[in-house]
Design a protein around this ligand. Sequence first.
Ligand code: 4NP
Length: 163
Amino acid sequence: MDTKKSNSDTTGVLFVCLGNICRSPLAEGVFQHLVEEAGVSDEFEIDSAGTGSWHVGERPDTRAIAVAGAHGITLPSRARQVTPEDLDHFDYVIAMDLENVRNLEKMAESSRTDVQIHLLREFDSEHTGDEVPDPYYGGASGFEKVFKIVSQSCEALLAGLLT
Ligand code: 4NP
């Protein structure tokens, strides 16, 4: 867990979900917020992407923007699709669910990168190894639940990267 590829001074963290409009933009926004609170923004390059291309160019889902805003967090991302170059560039690629992991591993295999791919909830001490549920087809409460999951996992992820 300790190589640095994004450039010599920063640790690159890319959050990945399916559409890049719900879960991974939330994770990106929350992680960025935590990094700023900790005063270590200069040490990180943070981004998000989706394995799918349906929403490329779109802002995050309005329900994701709303739940983040309620917690004082803005979501600046525009959806984009993950590329083989991302797997070369970022130190940590953090996936929301196991389907994301499988798709990323397939991409890494064909581009022969040595990237480290992790499930976000590997860092969730209460539910280690669970997936972040996809809230897209549900209501606002699903987004609040995802926000909580993402927040506690990102806190643990950052703590691990800073030790
Ligand atoms: P995300 O959620 O992967 O958390 O961004 C989804 C967004 C869109 C779709 C599925 C999941 N979709 O099928 O369009």
